[in-house]
Write a protein that binds this ligand. Structure first.
Ligand code: FES
Ligand SMILES: [Fe+2]
Length: 371
């Protein structure tokens, strides 16, 4: 059936997907011999590093009586709850000691676990794998294993620079993500005399294709008013520049720009903190301005302006969203947002039925919009 030319009504559900890796904190904020609080998917976590600097992540609640563990004592290997002194191995959550037990009491201490999560340091962030919830009433068991490693920024050559930016958004994960993939807000939100005016708006045509768990904006020459393109054009022949942008569930936008021997990659995530808050983290790696002292600062300046403009916009949008309006998604500019909701639904359906996920796109599609 052909799609009708009517806007689609869409309700967001703020549902947060489990079974994926999420960025918890910038790695340079997590120190040895200190405990740090973090929140992911409405779950309080305590993060730290052991004696060797290896990061760990535990549920910030003692399995005994729920005391937050972040105020406990940590010796570099074990964490002692401040209430009754139960002690846990920080890497697997296994209980090591219950001080109140007498010598003739036979409670099997090592069968008790505090919640603990697979944890990895990758490209300047501490990533935590949030598994699917265990069956009700089971209590904490051994930590789940992550099926794969945490995502990485693509690096083409050995020598590169890297930088990150992070911004809190007072909106749910869905609004954060569709804001990230929205092509039509550029001329209105990202105006600046040194960048572009709304008069630079023009028609664009981009090819998209399905990829596992997501979709790709196929390799193309970036539009003349996109940020990295303007910078790259200073260094490379305009026609040699190509960019590929992928979105994959649950929350990842990765961009790869190539210009001859120069490259720029970024991996942006929108992380659900609570039902009504998310955080955008952008990590970029590039080999392009390595020898130019001002390069990274310039890049960071441009990107932080962009992210701040998006943050302010979403802060205003959050006011309107308090009254829970339905969204009205139009073709073609909002088609990526529709795919996002369809991917999320297909993923949940596949989990429910145990069947392979039915991808909402049957093949390549060309979208047109003005921006
Ligand atoms: S609440 Fe943690 S030991 Fe009792
Ligand atoms: Fe934006």
């Amino acid at each position: 059936m052909p799609e009708l030319d009517l806007p689609q009504r869409q309700a967001t559900d703020a549902l947060m997907l489990t079974g994926f890796w999420y960025r918890a904190l910038p790695a340079d904020q997590v120190h040895r011999h200190r405990l740090h609080k973090a929140m992911l998917l409405e779950m309080p976590l305590v993060l730290g590093r052991d004696r060797l600097g290896q990061p760990f992540a535990m549920r910030d609640a003692c399995p005994h009586r729920g005391m937050p563990l972040n105020s406990g004592k940590f010796d570099g290997e074990q964490l002692e709850c401040p209430y009754h002194g139960w002690t846990f191995d920080v890497h697997n959550g296994q209980c090591q000691k219950i001080p109140s037990l007498t010598s003739d009491q036979t409670l099997k201490v090592d069968r008790i676990y505090a919640g603990s999560y697979p944890c990895e340091e990758q490209d300047g962030f501490i990533w935590v794998f949030i598994p699917d919830p265990s069956p009700q009433g089971a209590g904490f068991a051994k930590p789940a294993e992550a099926p794969d490693a945490a995502p990485q920024v693509e690096k083409i050559t050995g020598k590169y620079k890297t930088a990150y930016l992070t911004a809190n958004m007072p909106v749910s994960i869905d609004h954060g993500i569709i804001g990230l993939m929205d092509p039509a807000h550029g001329p209105f939100v990202h105006q600046a005399w040194w960048w572009r005016t709304r008069h630079s708006i023009h028609e664009k045509k981009k090819n998209f294709e399905p990829i596992p768990n997501g979709f790709r904006m196929s390799a193309h020459t970036p539009s003349s008013n996109s940020a990295p393109y303007k910078l790259l054009r200073l260094y490379a022949d305009a026609d040699s520049i190509t960019t590929t942008i992928d979105f994959t569930l649950p929350n990842i936008r990765s961009e790869s720009i190539r210009a001859g021997k120069y490259w720029f990659s970024s991996l942006t995530t929108v992380t659900p903190i609570t039902r009504s808050h998310c955080r955008i983290d952008v990590v970029a790696c590039w080999n392009i301005f390595r020898w130019l002292p001002l390069g990274p600062e310039l890049l960071k300046f441009v990107f932080s302006k962009f992210v701040e403009q998006d943050r302010r916009t979403m802060e205003m949008q959050a006011e309107g969203l308090k009254h829970n309006p339905h969204l009205m998604l139009i073709d073609d500019a909002d088609r990526p947002a529709k795919w996002y909701f369809q991917l999320k639904a297909a993923h949940l359906e596949a989990k429910r039925t145990g069947q392979p996920m039915k991808h909402p796109m049957s093949g390549p599609v060309t979208l047109k919009w003005r921006s």
